[in-house]
Design a protein around this ligand. Structure first.
Ligand code: 13P
Length: 335
């Protein structure tokens, strides 16, 4: 394992002012997103939307890396350059989603286990050759009565650590993503308890399996009430609960925490990150973003009904707002 190279990539990905664009929607998810804005879901439309995003001038000032899907990492920009090649030229690291999706967990109705460990070493070798320098694996944890089960927590944590170890062996920085879903009627307190549990289990597995924490990034959810819970909670409370959870359950050796947006509004995702970065207590890790929807939702709508340029402007605006949130300099008036 080349620990120096892994640490450099991990630190570059969370360099001051910078964060990650998650554009790794699987073909199924991306097709649904296109259809939702009235666009036919074809390979050429998925490519056209994404290459327009990646051609945005100046996005590299706020974006250090882009997570791609298997289809996209093999595609080309309009000028014929490979997509990962065009990113590397601009100082942006290409990343790759390497899991093969969350599947039903046997004997645990309604719970999921993320698959993709079989053949992962060979896929990592190929993705590195294609230009990838970091990777993502997403575990999905649902909160409901009696859920998550201990089994769901354990098997997902185990798989995250196995993934992370294989990626590092092949020179890819693993983004470790145990996502506790926002869907449900749970309280923020319950989200905090479940997130604490999956983080503890994940890092205990990572340490046991020899994952080099300074060469890895964590991608967690923020601590939020379920989307069907009417709990009154301020942005400040959310930021404080999130920091409370992370400071107790994330090892300080991790260089950066890159949040997912998980269905929050674009502005909430930015505001929460901003408050966390504005707090007086300095955290041991960088607090950054790896947003999918919160960076792209408007850009996709604009691409479908507006112009290629207005889509780029929408993306650039969200990237710049989150760039400001990285140092606590975002304000509502800037929106
Ligand atoms: P969202 O920010 O839309 O949650 O996507 C981030 C991601 O990559 C989820 O795996």
């Amino acid at each position: 394992m080349d620990t120096n190279s892994l640490e450099k990539i991990a630190n570059d990905l969370v360099a001051p002012g910078k964060g990650i664009l998650a554009a790794d929607e699987s073909n199924g998810t991306m097709s649904k997103r296109l259809e939702a804005v009235g666009v036919e879901a074809t390979e050429s439309n998925r490519r056209a939307y994404r290459v327009n995003l990646f051609a945005t001038k100046g996005y590299e000032n706020s974006i250090s890396g882009v997570i791609l899907y298997d289809e996209t990492i093999r595609q080309h920009m309009d000028n014929g350059e490979s997509i990962p090649g065009a990113m590397l030229k601009r100082g942006v690291y290409p990343g790759i989603k390497v899991d093969t999706g969350a599947k039903e967990l046997a004997n645990h109705n309604g719970e999921k286990i993320t698959e993709g460990l079989d053949g992962l070493r060979d896929r990592c070798i190929e993705y590195y050759q294609l230009g990838a320098r970091f990777a993502k694996w997403r575990a999905v944890i649902t909160i409901q009565d009696g859920m998550p089960s201990d089994a769901c927590i354990k098997v997902n944590a185990h798989a995250l650590a196995r993934y992370a170890a294989i990626c590092q062996e092949q020179g890819l920085v693993p983004i470790i993503e145990p996502e506790v879903l926002m869907e449900g009627d749970h309280t923020s307190q319950r989200c905090l308890e479940v997130t604490s549990k999956i983080l503890d289990e994940t890092f205990s597995e990572c340490i046991m399996q020899g994952v080099h924490l300074p060469g890895a990034l964590l991608k967690p959810n923020m601590i939020l009430p379920g989307n069907n819970n009417s709990e009154e909670i301020t942005r400040k409370n959310i930021a404080e609960l999130t920091i409370e959870c992370l400071s107790k359950h994330v090892p300080k050796e991790i260089p950066g925490i890159v949040f997912l947006s998980g269905g929050q509004s674009d502005e909430d995702a930015t505001a929460h990150l901003n408050i966390m970065n504005k707090m007086d207590i300095k955290q041991p890790w960088e607090l950054s973003f790896s947003y999918g929807r919160a960076l792209q939702a408007e850009a996709l709508k604009e691409w479908a009904v507006g112009t290629a340029e207005s889509s780029q402007q929408s993306f650039l605006k969200r990237a710049e707002m989150n760039h400001k949130a990285r140092s606590g300099e975002w304000a509502e008036e800037l929106e």
